[in-house]
Write a protein that binds this ligand. Structure first.
Ligand SMILES: NC(=O)C1=CN([C@@H]2O[C@H](COP(=O)(O)OP(=O)(O)OC[C@H]3O[C@@H](n4cnc5c(N)ncnc54)[C@H](O)[C@@H]3O)[C@@H](O)[C@H]2O)C=CC1
Length: 349
């Protein structure tokens, strides 16, 4: 359906093709991902609203104008109608038309309320390989880029993959020198991540787009905190921890950091340094596939449920979509109220 949808757009509006990357496979999956994310959050009006507004803000990097929303809406409806076949009805047509109107309006409102640049150029100032496929990069945007600890943003590597954007969490709390860290794992054929880990060097230029995401600290809460990180899902948690070091005295903070093996616990040393400096912090590293490593074994979610009780804590969950889903399910079995859990539909758009 996504293939048909894009073909429809390009056929009717050939000029639009240049706004997209040469290869469209990932793009196709993203359209469906965004629709699924929107539908999944429809019962949570705040989340739905924030998701679409930040998606709109983020889309300014593509130089999208309001007319493009009409083009996309028409193509989306046509694609759905074609693929639903005889199942399609007048009611579905009207419902999707209305839904798309709401989505487009919220995205446009998010875009026009943002007076920041549509993107920032940033220079890579250091690049360090932490394992065979994980790198930590520090970049400096040329202009001030304001974000909150725990947020993520899209990154493009114009030198290697123009117009292909992927989201990464910023791994540090905002600094006065404006620099930002990213933790990246090169997964399979992942283009942007592959380039960021294996090809990019200090001095290269990246483009960054608007910060997004709601996984930020609630400073009014007095509850203790549990951070659950899978792999490089640690990055936003690192930023939140740095943030906490600037004001926290009273809240106990537990970090469960899961990885496949010892090598993949790529930033454990710096977490342990933090724990040595701040008595309120404890770190539990977990390996899911490293027999004999001597620490906690299994998935990070299983380990979490062996500890506890967790009924009075605030939770932050970050990792692969599967890991996030499994953790949410486990927390619900442990009777943790949903309102105390923060996570982002991170890789879904
Ligand atoms: N803001 C966010 O939510 C961020 C999310 N990420 C995502 O985090 C992921 C990190 O990937 P990798 O480093 O390759 O991690 P990975 O796939 O090697 O997983 C690391 C650990 O997560 C846990 N885990 C994974 N799948 C699980 C499941 N189904 N149930 C329970 N636990 C599970 C296990 O403990 C595993 O050892 C990527 O998908 C990336 O997109 C990365 C940065 C920020």
């Amino acid at each position: 359906m996504a293939g048909y949808f894009y073909a429809r757009i390009f056929l009717n509006n050939p000029g639009v093709r240049d706004m997209f990357p040469v290869t469209m496979d990932v793009q196709r999956a993203r359209l469906l991902g965004a629709i699924v994310s929107a539908v999944q959050s429809v019962d949570d009006p705040d989340r739905f609203d924030e998701y679409l507004r930040s998606l709109g803000r983020d889309h300014r990097k593509f130089q999208v104008v309001p007319e493009h929303y009409e083009v996309v809406g028409a193509a989306l409806l046509e694609a759905m109608r074609t693929f639903a076949g005889p199942e399609w009805s007048y009611e579905y047509d009207q419902a999707w038309r209305d839904a798309y109107d709401v989505i487009a309006r919220k995205m446009l409102a998010g875009a026009s309320a943002d007076s920041n640049p549509a993107w920032w150029h940033a220079e890579v100032i250091s690049h360090e390989r932490r394992s065979s496929d994980i790198a930590m990069l520090t970049v400096r945007p040329f202009q001030q880029l304001e974000y909150r600890s725990g947020q993520y943003l899209s990154v493009e590597v114009p030198k290697f993959h123009p117009r292909v954007w992927r989201t990464y969490s910023v791994a540090n709390a905002p600094r006065t020198d404006n620099t930002m860290d990213f933790h990246v794992r090169a997964l399979g054929a992942g283009w942007v991540s592959g380039a960021l880990v294996r090809r990019v060097q200090a001095g290269d230029l990246l483009r960054l787009a608007a910060p997004m995401g709601t996984m930020v600290l609630d400073r009014r809460s007095t509850r203790d905190i549990v951070f659950v990180a899978g792999g490089t899902g640690l990055s936003p948690i690192k930023a939140l921890l740095e943030d906490l070091t600037t004001f926290n005295r009273t809240r106990w903070v537990h970090v469960f950091f899961g990885a496949r093996n010892r090598d993949d616990l790529y930033d454990l040393a710096s977490l342990q340094e933090l724990a040595a400096a701040y008595p309120w912090l404890s770190i539990v590293p977990v390996c899911s596939d490293d027999p004999g490593w001597g620490g906690e074994e299994g998935s990070v979610t299983d380990t979490l449920s062996r500890f506890g009780p967790w009924m009075e804590h605030d939770f932050f969950v970050s990792g692969s979509p599967m890991m996030v889903r499994t953790t949410l399910r486990t927390l619900s079995q442990l009777k943790v109220p949903q309102t105390r859990i923060r996570y982002d539909a991170f890789s879904e758009h």
